[in-house]
Design a protein around this ligand. Sequence first.
Ligand code: HBI
Length: 95
Amino acid sequence: MIKKLTADELPKLLGELKQWQPSADNSSIQRSIKFADFNEAFGFMTRVAIKAQEMDHHPEWSNVFDKVEITLSTHTAKGLTERDITLARFIDAIT
Ligand code: HBI
């Protein structure tokens, strides 16, 4: 099973993800993104969905018109893992 990131590893990795807010217990990270319109928001979600399926690692998210709220966490590890960092970096690279 994939390993949860340790308290030693987390500060550097989370410090690099400046647009993401860690939860109080560092078990997830959250980012809200506003797009120009629904078309842009849904296009973004489609790109992330394809990446998520390739990775077999899926976001918790919601969409209202031009906004997407995303929470990343690894359910099987009950916390943050390298997969969340990889998906967050992908999201940052396409926004
Ligand atoms: N996505 N975020 C997240 N966390 C998981 O633990 C996870 C997932 N997508 C698929 C997945 N696990 C699986 O591989 C299974 O639960 C079998």
